[in-house]
Design a protein around this ligand. Structure first.
Ligand code: HEC
Ligand code: HEC
Length: 257
């Protein structure tokens, strides 16, 4: 073999190698995204949730939801109910490490909350959202009984909340929506116990919600009160109006006779 022929052979095999590498590269970049989407088996909604998760939650909850030591717990199997509670009450994303996540204005809108729920539910399942329908259609008296038995020790008899040990507290139930209460029971955030459907049936939960929400409505001291000053000035107004009314009535009776 001449030097020239050897050189040509070397360059041509080098060229073939380069072509092969480029082909593999292109093939990979074309095939990879579709095959990984197929492998993950995620719905479009869940994939959108994954993207939100990777931008807002991954630093504390980990790439595969497995949790990050000293940052945040594993979210595998916590379920969509827990995600709903944490994200729609604004507790998550946590701004900084604190003794207890606080309720604040939510960062994500309803669509995004649903996407996050779909993504986390697709990883390990867990407690699901209640089926559609009125969440207050339970029995009021029974709800009161169940509330005093299961909730009042931490949240106070009037649902106003109270202190717990080591700087934590059970918050007031005043800002809670029906769904917030339902999903809090299903997921048991932080120091609150989980009330699964075998501890409190869906009917029990609806009864409790009915009771809590009715309590809030009736605990309002002044239905028509003057500047919300309460029942005392309201009584005064009724008294004055009543006296004046009586006097007018007397005059009216007097002029007639
Ligand atoms: C700065 C860290 C941090 C960030 C960011 C963060 N989390 Fe959390 N997350 C936590 C911690 C800490 C807890 C435990 C809170 C507690 O016990 O009060 C938690 C708890 C949760 C829980 C309850 C888990 C359970 O056991 O029921 C859910 C659900 C959750 N986070 C979802 C999210 C989602 C979704 C995001 C992104 C939108 C997010 N978190 C962002 C730190 C974080
Ligand atoms: C052992 C004490 C304890 C008991 C019992 C308990 N909770 Fe809680 N609850 C808590 C704590 C602590 C939080 C705050 C969790 C957090 O912020 O991460 C909480 C939070 C909540 C919230 C969220 C409030 C908000 O911000 O909207 C609701 C709703 C709630 N609880 C309802 C209930 C109901 C209903 C029961 C009874 C079935 C109950 N809890 C029983 C301790 C308790």
């Amino acid at each position: 073999m001449t030097r020239f022929a050897r050189l040509r052979k070397r360059t041509s095999s080098g060229l073939a190698l380069a072509v092969a590498l480029v082909a593999v590269g292109i093939g990979y970049s074309v095939a990879a995204p579709t095959s990984s989407a197929q492998e993950s088996g995620l719905s479009v909604e869940a994939m959108a949730g994954q993207e939100l998760f990777e931008n807002g939650c991954i630093t504390c909850h980990g790439r595969n939801l497995q949790g990050v030591e000293d940052q945040g717990p594993s979210l595998i199997g916590v379920g969509e109910a827990s995600v709903y509670f944490q994200v729609s009450t604004g507790r998550m994303p946590l701004a900084q490490q604190e003794a207890q996540a606080q309720r604040k204005a939510p960062v994500y809108d309803d669509t995004e909350v649903n996407q996050l729920m779909a993504y986390i539910q697709a990883n390990g399942g867990g407690p699901e959202m209640p089926s559609e329908g009125d969440l207050r259609d339970g029995d009021l008296a029974e709800g009161g009984e169940l509330f005093r038995l299961n909730c009042a020790s931490c949240h106070n008899f009037a649902g106003r909340g109270g202190a717990l040990s080591s700087g934590k507290n059970a918050p007031s139930l005043n800002p809670s929506s029906d769904l917030d209460i339902y999903t809090a029971m299903l997921s048991g955030p932080q120091n609150m116990p989980v009330f699964g459907d075998n501890q409190l049936t869906p009917e029990d939960k609806r009864a409790i919600i009915n009771y809590v929400q009715t309590l809030k409505e009736t605990a309002d001291p002044g239905g028509l009160s003057i500047g919300r000053a309460g029942p005392v000035p309201e009584g005064l107004v009724i008294w004055v109006v009543g006296i004046v009314g009586c006097v007018i009535a007397c005059f009216w009776v007097g002029t007639r006779s």
